[in-house]
Write a protein that binds this ligand. Structure first.
Ligand code: 4FV
Length: 255
């Protein structure tokens, strides 16, 4: 996968692109990320990328011409070497909500992405009409820029590239793929302030451990994100556990 990022703060990405899994994936060539300073595509000596909003209302709006020129330039660079037109994504609160399914779809359908990171009050609407294929939001809150959302998307996409996350983690990945939260994790010490590690995890009985983890993932989802349960793929063990939790819950309701 190859990603081009357009931003007025390219320095924000430096530590991210050389650290941990993403850093190693880029180093090992499993994943390519190129960051461009939007100001490189300005034509005025002030290298301005924003202007007063038509209709007033305070704040500044990012200008369309520089964005259109920049997206077309980096897309052309990608297109020449790549298979086809890169998919151009604007990170914005108006976008499709990013979730596990969205990450998997993007990774499966596109090998080349251009990410647009906005700043100020927003971007001139004509940028969307001229050079944006999709808008993606990381959540219903307003940030000061699209850079952090772009990093969230890059990190999530990098974990879909074979070889980036080790086996253990891919099992971890799967939990969300099946629509459930992950089971609890424990490590040494076996006892802490009276809190003990569940015996089954010390038993060495891997079948029993797997069954415990399945039930625990189901219970965690029931307690913290019951909204996920309808769409979740449940094993028989988990279906039994859910029925048990539901009848227990009804019991409490009646008491
Ligand atoms: C955002 C989000 C976000 C809006 C105006 C940048 C800011 C500023 N992007 N998910 N939530 N963007 O708040 O993706 O330009």
């Amino acid at each position: 996968m190859r990603i081009q990022i357009l931003t007025i703060f390219p320095e924000l990405f430096e530590p991210f692109l050389r650290t941990s899994l993403v850093g190693r994936a880029v180093e090992d060539g499993l994943f390519e990320v190129t960051v461009h300073d939007l100001r490189e595509f300005t034509e005025d000596r002030h290298r301005s990328v924003d202007d007063e909003p038509y209709g007033g209302g305070g704040g500044m709006v990012m200008s369309a011409p520089v964005w259109v020129k920049a997206v077309r330039a980096v897309s052309a660079a990608l297109g020449e070497e790549g298979e086809g037109k890169p998919w151009r994504v604007l990170l914005s609160p108006q976008g499709r909500r990013l979730d596990d399914a969205a990450v998997r779809a993007l990774a499966a359908e596109h090998d080349e992405l251009v990410l647009l990171c906005g700043r100020y009050e927003g971007i001139d609407e004509r940028v969307r009409e001229l050079v944006v294929d999709e808008e993606i939001s990381i959540g219903d809150y307003v940030l000061s820029g699209g850079e952090l959302p772009a990093m969230v998307l890059v990190e999530a996409l990098s974990r879909q590239v074979p070889g980036v996350v080790g086996l253990a983690k891919s099992v971890h990945e799967d939990s969300f793929r099946r629509g459930l939260l992950d089971h609890p994790h424990y490590t040494r010490p076996a006892e802490l302030e009276g809190l003990e590690v569940p015996d089954v995890l010390l038993s060495g009985d891997h079948a029993a451990i797997e069954r415990w983890r399945e039930r625990a993932a189901l219970r965690a989802t029931w307690e913290k994100r019951p909204d996920l349960l309808d769409g979740a793929e449940l094993t028989d063990e988990q279906r039994r556990e859910l029925d048990r939790l539901r009848s227990e819950h009804e019991q409490h309701e009646e008491d």
